[in-house]
Design a protein around this ligand. Sequence first.
Ligand code: PLP
Length: 369
Amino acid sequence: MKKININNLVCPHVLNMKAYSSARMEYDGKEGVFLDANENSLGSVTSEIHNRYPDPLQSDLKNEIANVYNVLPNQLFLGNGSDECINVLIQAFCRSGLDKIVQFSPTFSMYEHAAKVMNIEVLDVLLNESDFQINTNELFSTLGKSTNTSSLKDENKNEIKQGVVKIIFICSPNNPTGNLINKNDIEFILTNFDGLVVIDEAYQDFSGNESWLNRLHEFQNLVVINTFSKSFGMADARLGMLFANSEIIHFMNTIKMPYNITQHTIQLGLEAIRNLSKKQAFIIELLKEKRYLNTELNKISTVKKVYHSDTNFILFKVDDANAVYKYLLANQVIIRNRNSAPLLKGCLRVSVGTQQENEKFIEVLKNYN
Ligand SMILES: *Cc1c(COP(=O)(O)O)cnc(C)c1O
């Protein structure tokens, strides 16, 4: 087991904080006269009843999710989308204006966004152009140039006022390139970096690969993110999951907004986690449609390259991405233009849709000239 001292890694001001507590947390019965939170006991103005504050730790939902993903409930944090999971993690571990994160571009934009909002510097390491894999030499040379110590205290127990790289974000399979990141490289980073390593597995269900969740017990610095937004088809519910050792989760719970997940979302989450067979059917259907898109894209002369995808989207290259993108828009087909992202000149990203949507997209693209 790779051990790190989480207490030395977390922001010193967070280390000493107490979580928000409400009277409801001191009483665990379900029945009673609840006059502690200034709620409206008469009911709600809406037809659905929403007059009571939800469970701040979402215990019922966490128990069921933990069961499915084979972790303990205290190894799980739920957020208003994975966006909130990313935010709260950075808030707990990165000192504003001081600490840093690492990301591998081109990648999901939320890591950088969340960091920048908190005035956290983002060290950007480019993926290899040839295969969109991580260049670990480049990573560790970047880390070497930056102050890279996991300890926030010097020998005299004074807080070190130097920036530290606290978190490395790895998106695997990566958005928008679509590929899985090599297992050996991730292992190497987990072993040799003394901060947190986040693996964002938003698309893991489509990859058929083993989840990094299975390695949680081996690396105390491993954090895995997943979401209800993709394979579950619940993007509108805004429900994200973050898995890590219980100490990390503890600090996240300490600083989060107390009622970050609504009761309505908790209900939706419970319904979703009990419908795994439907998710499985979606995955099979979407993978079939992805094969169709892949085959058809390869037949179109406008398309210069179709990248391998372990996800529910496909990245492909054309000569003039802006022109193709605008042409598709004019024909009411909306895809994502990634032309200006690093390494992705000429690239467009299309989500796998229904058979009808995919056929329409292909038909319109075929007629581009
Ligand atoms: C879509 C996506 C998510 C999901 O974000 P939510 O806030 O949970 O909807 C997370 N990570 C990546 C890389 C994504 O592409």
